[in-house]
Design a protein around this ligand. Sequence first.
Ligand SMILES: N[C@@H](CCC(=O)N[C@@H](CS)C(=O)NCC(=O)O)C(=O)O
Length: 217
Amino acid sequence: MIRLHHVPQARSFRILWLLEEMGETFDIVPHSFFDRSLRADDYLALSPAGRVPALEIDGRVLFESGAIAEWLCETRGRFGRAPGDPERAEWLEWLHFAETAGQHIAALTQQHIVLREDWMRSPTVMRLEAKRLEKVLQVADRVLTRHDWLLPSGFSAVDVAFGYSALIGRRFLRLDAMPALAAWLARIEARPAYRRAAARDGAAQIYTRDLYEAPDA
Ligand SMILES: N[C@@H](CCC(=O)N[C@@H](CS)C(=O)NCC(=O)O)C(=O)O
């Protein structure tokens, strides 16, 4: 039995969606950021820093969405680019670049949402992080002018990993100047597996607005 520990809208969505793409049968163990369940001893035994995702699979527990994605691709033989594949290096770059976007998204989420009092927030940090996220997404926009998915040969787990980052990233940035990226997100949202994953994600806990923008300078 595969069990995914998940918080709606969090990075665990990458694994939820990838498992749907793979056609795997799995249970979701829902968690919340607000009930301290991620800090309980039984959860820390699965994910020692108290983060999601954690995945119980193949008689072990894995944390870190990128590592889980690699494990799934290797053990299920789908959506990866194995050593020796001409796209192996690019595949690894995109898989990990998804977390370069992720660090800016985490900072923006903290600034706009987690810090509840206005005096705690910094409009300067909000603008800086949004700009840095934009630079990252522009890399994908340029590549996506040449082919429909991030790798020339077609859809893979890196569209899931980076796709999640871009889907959340557009809550902090307007994508008007990135038409290839916007078209790719529309292709993603039309995928049956993405739709099944979105239907299983759970009620929004983190992002309740479509767009969070920094106050004007
Ligand atoms: N690089 C890790 C990041 C995991 C992570 O920080 N997840 C967030 C949700 S998006 C989390 O669990 N936060 C809970 C906390 O920080 O207490 C991954 O990709 O799995």
